[in-house]
Design a protein around this ligand. Structure first.
Ligand SMILES: [Zn+2]
Length: 325
């Protein structure tokens, strides 16, 4: 093999530098790499003792990331070593190759890593379809197991807790989501959105100093019951949401104060004023159409313009008189 070919293998398969490759064959549409472990010693995973005494050898097949779009597997011969420490519960142990294999794993470390990211991004079924395209076939349930087997991230001590409703199924079933307001990351999801459930959770987390929540209701009650006297503040989103709702109501209430439009010099949708943009022209035309249909008493006012809200926005409802023209 030329120097460049050796270099290529080292660059493309860094994790094979710790084993000896005995052969590469194509089986059907897939690539099989035969390799064996050659390190002189292995470290017992139980007690850390280094052993040189080989007990036995056996083969493992590790699915790997695709090579050139082809499904790839490594047939790896590994050894079982004796643990010579008298204090260790393990009499023998299997060696693992750093960056390549892990205990009970049927994939290489890099494929495990890749599939876990696929699972996190897409979940089971969509992840399975992408994995097939990547020539690393895997079942949907296996992808979900990869997510569940991940270590949960360390949750730093919570000081300010955000609480809000969380829809398991939109409009149907709600739970509660709890957020660390310092990191803006979710820390827990509760199965319902009752005051009791939230209060119980708070009692188990007494170090929280402040609650950030919506403006009243079950979470206010739950916070007071779980940690009486805890400072509670309204979060920005709910304040802005309430403000927007209030503003909309006020504007609607004063709609009759709005001046009726000036009669147009040349009536009809085709008329344009100087400087009118395409968007403004479109609005004017739509207004004209809605009004025309409404004045004709057309039952299709709703369907002709997509939605009732469009007609309503232009005042074409039974409750409001059409603007004088
Ligand atoms: Zn040991």
């Amino acid at each position: 093999m030329g120097d460049h070919a050796v270099e290529l293998l080292k660059v493309l398969f860094p994790y094979l530098s710790r084993v000896t490759v005995d052969g590469v064959v194509r089986v059907g549409a897939s690539v099989r790499i035969a390799a064996r472990c050659v390190a002189a010693t292995a470290r017992c995973p139980g007690c850390g003792t280094v052993s040189v005494r080989v007990h036995s050898r056996y083969g493992r097949r590790l699915a790997d990331t695709a090579v050139g779009g082809q499904e790839t597997a490594i047939d790896l011969e590994v050894r079982r070593f004796f643990c010579d420490s008298t204090d260790c519960a393990k009499k023998t142990f299997a060696e693992q190759v750093d960056q390549l294999s892990f205990r009970y794993g049927r994939r290489t470390v890099s494929l495990q890593h890749l599939l876990r990211h696929v699972a996190l991004a897409l979940g089971g079924q969509a992840g399975k379809r992408l994995a097939e395209r990547l020539a690393t076939p895997v079942s949907g349930p296996t992808l979900l197991r990869l997510i569940r087997s991940m270590d949960l991230p360390e949750v730093p001590e919570l000081t300010v807790l955000g609480v809000d409703e969380f829809a398991f199924r939109r409009g149907r079933r709600f739970g509660t989501i709890l957020i660390d307001m310092n990191s803006h990351r979710p820390v827990d999801v509760l199965p319902d959105h009752t005051a009791d459930t939230f209060a119980n959770w708070l009692r188990r987390h007494p170090h929280i100093g402040t609650i950030c929540r919506d403006r009243g209701g079950a979470f206010a009650e739950g916070a007071e019951r779980g940690q009486p006297g805890i400072p509670q503040i309204a979060d920005r989103w709910h304040l802005l949401h309430n403000l927007a709702t209030g503003l909309e109501k006020a504007v609607t209430r004063h709609r009759s104060c709005l001046k009726a439009p000036e009669p147009e010099a040349t009536p009809g949708p085709a008329s344009t004023s100087a400087g009118e943009s395409a968007y403004e022209r479109k609005i004017r035309e739509r207004h004209h159409n809605v009004q025309t249909l409404f004045l004709q008493g057309s039952p299709s006012t709703r369907s002709a313009h997509g939605s009732g809200s469009t007609a309503k926005r232009y005042g074409a409802t039974r409750g409001l008189p059409p603007p004088s023209r």
